[in-house]
Write a protein that binds this ligand. Structure first.
Ligand code: PLP
Length: 397
């Protein structure tokens, strides 16, 4: 045993990262692995963003900057919130961070005391759970079902709130399910939240632009909730900028100040060149990524139609993001040669080792019956992947 801290022992390794590592190992042995486990667009960052980064370098944006981000970038983020989300924020209410992941950590560490209850809507993005544990908060998990398109109802929300509830972690469009809530559904949840002013809400809207059937609507644009909601967003998904690591929040000013204080001791301001690049991205009208969204929509339709040919797999139709989250529990209890499928992790391992497909087990997202399939890849790969999934699952008796 190495003398590592008890804090470290609170953490689990990200299942997504573990799956990617195993898939790289198999690839390096010369196997042709199709990796559908990653949560990032397969497109390149658009040229106008790269040019803005180059300009930033030429203009010597290469020094320390304010911890909460360049002032002109925060102004641009305010314009973006007004244009896309109908939310009024001032630059003092914005904090720019090293990815939305850091934005989330800042908010959670700013608000949560040991024992505070945090409501998580399962399936949830794996990082939420881990960050709440790091802050010694108490995760209160509300399960949603595929028949309801994985949406929490106002009744479920109300039942989960206690005097100790400090925070709700809300994610629409959602990773891992691709669920997007309608305006009416959000207004119904808002009725519960506005009666519970002690509950703050992180509204993670990082997939807002990747949606197909439903308009994205922001919780903080509901005036009764404005003081309770922290809107988290970033450029990773919409602008294919996952490697640039820029995320941000819009929040009540006291929360923004708290986040700046925490970030000031961890990382200081986010990378200066990446901020110059991201400024050009947030200033761009979202219609500029229409083609990418259209391609994702075609891929969703293709993948769904192919998965629906697999007997035993239950799907719903996700309206956003680039994930499908089918119920695969019909395969539990089956076996093939030495493989015994007891749960989603076993099934993902089997699909990887036998079918050479990398997926993410549902246990990582707080559910037992599902797995996550990303369709952020070409149509040829989707066709080949679905063929392999079908053939491999058919081996199970
Ligand atoms: N929120 C959700 C729901 C995500 O899926 C991700 C990334 O996968 C993030 C936040 C973090 O994004 P980033 O740190 O790349 O800005």
């Amino acid at each position: 045993m190495k003398p590592t801290s008890s804090f470290l022992s609170l953490l689990s390794e990200s299942a997504t990262i573990a799956m990617s590592r195993r898939s790289r190992e198999l690839s390096s042995q010369g196997l042709d692995i199709i990796n559908l486990s990653l949560g990032e667009p397969d497109f390149d960052t658009p040229d106008f963003i790269k040019e803005a980064a180059e300009k930033g370098m030429q203009e010597n944006y290469t020094h320390y900057m304010p911890v909460n981000g360049f002032a002109d970038f925060r102004e641009a983020i305010c314009r973006k919130f007004k244009r896309d989300n109908n939310i009024e924020y001032t630059p003092e209410q914005i904090v720019v961070s090293t990815g939305a992941k850091q934005s989330l950590a800042n908010v959670i560490l700013s608000l949560i005391d040991p024992g505070d209850e945090v409501i998580l809507v399962a399936p949830f993005w794996v990082t939420y759970f881990e960050q709440v544990k790091m802050a010694k908060g108490k995760p209160v998990v509300v399960q949603t079902e595929i028949e309801d398109n994985f949406k929490i109802t106002p009744q479920q929300l109300e039942a989960a709130i206690t005097d100790k509830t400090k925070l709700l972690l809300f994610n629409s469009p959602s990773n891992p399910t691709g669920t997007i809530y309608s305006k009416e559904e959000l207004l119904a949840l808002a009725e519960v939240l506005k009666e519970n002013k002690h509950v703050y809400v992180i509204s993670d809207e990082i997939y807002e632009h990747i949606n197909y059937d439903e308009e994205h609507y922001s919780l903080a644009s509901i005036s009764a909730l404005y003081d309770q909601v922290i809107t988290v967003n970033g450029v990773s998904k919409a602008f294919a900028m996952t490697g640039w690591r820029i995320g941000y929040i819009g929040a009540p000013e006291w929360i923004a100040k708290a986040c700046t204080k925490i970030q000031g001791q961890f990382t200081s301001g986010a990378n200066s060149i990446a901020q110059r690049a991201a400024l050009s991205a947030v200033d761009k009208d979202p219609s500029s990524i229409k083609d990418m969204v259209e391609q994702f929509k075609n891929r969703r339709n293709l993948m769904l139609s192919l998965l629906n040919e697999i007997s035993g797999m239950i799907t719903n139709k996700p309206g956003a993001a680039f994930y499908i989250y089918p119920d695969v529990s019909a395969f539990y209890g089956r076996s093939y040669e030495g493989y015994q499928i007891k749960n989603s992790t076993d099934l993902c391992n089997f699909l990887l080792e036998k079918g050479h497909i990398a997926l993410v087990p549902g246990e990582a997202f707080g559910t037992q019956k599902h797995l996550r399939i990303s369709y952020a890849t070409s149509e040829e790969q989707i066709k080949e992947a679905c063929k392999r999934i079908k053939n491999t699952l058919e081996l199970l008796q």
